[in-house]
Write a protein of this length. Structure first.
Lengths: 332, 332
């Protein structure tokens, strides 16, 4: 099962999968604290809550950082990354989030990877919400590690993360970790030597992960799953625009994972009522997480297809009507 | 659910439960790295693999330690603990394992607690395999924290640990942690403020834990569950002695959790054959983990009762006969 996961990012034979009990953030912390040595320094590309979280992880763990932060609706500035890498040879690693679900933005992973490679640094990717849905090719974008979990685009239950690691890079990490349980090197070696997890694995979660992966491969792996989510996203955005809503992001920055919509300005649009009425109809959406704009979000991933998206659109139309919101298009 | 857990150790109103995703070791590492500040020093009482693991956690996390180690069949030396505490005022915390499953030994938690209290230090307990089965009374044995998990004596599925923390002591731990995900203070505050886990919880594991706790309380809580395990243990030991096996530990040191038996010296007793034949009959036992003696172990916990223990005894008698082991009692 774990052996086949590198295939998802075209990394068979070059990368190994190291599982990590806990939520996805456990895998991200394991990746950062195993790969960035105590003497290292990591440039963090931040444009949302998950970049901020990586920053907190590094600060708590005592890793030196440099932060390149952009607004939540703005990708990192490639020229600025280049300037920082040129100016600071102490930077050993660059960290980025593939799809930052704070806004749903798709970060330019290939361009970032090319820069990091050109300047001889190492790339670490938080691909939590992207892995298995968005393309990533290890032969083109050189990375040392990519962290993901059982319960996003793989559609398993939560409780297990994993990090796909370039084997020679992982082999260099012995002694880097500042925790025992999150030490990917030790976890890797333990599994290789004994065939067992070092510490009790969440076995029921793992069984579910097996089944989820079987369904993932049956759907055609990343291209197949990505196609379904892209269709979900397109149906959602088209329908919401039809209703008069506006997306935060231009289409070229929108990942097909979660979509942020501007909150309508119509006084009759009360978000809590909107949220509750949709929930009563069986549709749970997400409050906004942005500082740049008043917004809400709707997810496109999980066991959902275009019919579900049309269902939520019909429900939204009904709720707008109930709330007495009539003129969204002109008001927005 | 979490609110009632302190009742198990008579700590209602004084202690709070902080859950932690991952295996039990995640909870132990969270406890050690949250409660022992970077300027602290912890005296580790070691007489088996779990004490050794705590030592590794502290070394990796950069906490200063002092180790009092005794053989795997020997409880810590209370006079020596007293001498160390007197001699070294830098020691802020004492760590002990309630039941060390390496041998199955019951460590003298009340006596250790009394010493730690007398010398004004803080007690941290790894009660992984004991919690819910062996008595521990927070009003008598003063501890700052006790770590346990969903999947030992509570009989849930693995994937969630928890630490029962004395609230004023936990309140002092802000900023101690050297990891984000294992920071019990932050986890506690996050739950208190939002009612939610900071990071995706293993929800299916938690649902199972709810059910396991309902069954635990229905059985009469710790006294009821402890009684069943004690009976399991007594039936096992009596029957094994009847067959000529010898326990590693004298009865006064034996916890009713897991029992270590000396490997018989009879040349016809081949452990691998013994293990495999029992497994074929549906009974999985444990290889020994000892350095002090060649041994194997049989567990008493989980959804087992005296009939199951009689079942394994009958199977063992059959397997001995198959192996041609006849004279165990005189040979042992």
């Amino acid at each position: 099962m774990l052996e086949r996961l590198p295939d998802v990012v075209n990394a068979r034979g070059t990368h190994v999968t190291v599982p990590m009990q806990g939520s996805g953030t456990f895998a991200v912390e394991a990746m950062l604290t195993t790969f960035v040595p105590r003497t290292g320094k990591v440039l963090l590309l931040v444009n949302g809550a998950y970049g901020q979280r990586a920053k907190r992880i590094c600060l708590v763990a005592g890793r030196r950082i440099e932060v390149h932060e952009t607004a939540e609706d703005t990708p990192p500035d490639l020229a600025e990354i280049e300037r920082v890498l040129k100016a600071d040879p102490a930077i050993t690693h660059v960290f980025t989030v593939h799809c930052e679900t704070t806004s749903g933005i798709l970060n330019p992973i290939a361009e970032i990877g090319a820069l990091v490679e050109r300047y001889g640094r190492r790339l670490l990717i938080d691909a939590m919400s992207a892995f298995g849905a968005l393309p990533l090719d290890a032969t083109k974008t050189k990375f040392d590690a990519v962290a993901a979990s059982s319960n996003k685009c793989i559609e398993g239950v939560p409780g297990l993360g994993f990090v796909i690691c370039r084997e020679p890079a992982l082999a260099e990490t012995q002694g880097n970790a500042t925790t025992l349980v999150l030490d990917l090197y030790d976890q890797w070696q333990g599994l290789a030597k004994t065939g067992q997890y070092r510490f009790t694995p969440p076995i029921h979660v793992i069984v579910s992960f097996h089944q989820a992966l079987a369904e993932f491969w049956a759907e055609g792996g990343q291209p197949g799953r990505g196609r379904r989510y892209a269709e979900n996203c397109q149906v959602l955005i088209d329908g919401m625009r039809e209703l008069g809503f506006r997306t935060l992001l231009p289409d070229r920055l929108q990942a097909p994972i979660i979509v942020t919509f501007h909150m309508p300005k119509d006084a009759k649009f009360v978000f809590q009522s909107f949220y509750d009425s949709l929930k009563e109809r069986g549709y749970v959406i997400y409050p906004g997480k942005l500082t740049v704009a008043d917004s809400f979000r709707i997810g496109c991933i999980g066991r959902l297809n275009a019919d579900h998206m049309r269902g939520v659109l019909a429900a939204i139309a009904q709720v707008l009507s109930e709330l007495g919101v009539k003129s969204l298009r002109s008001a927005a």
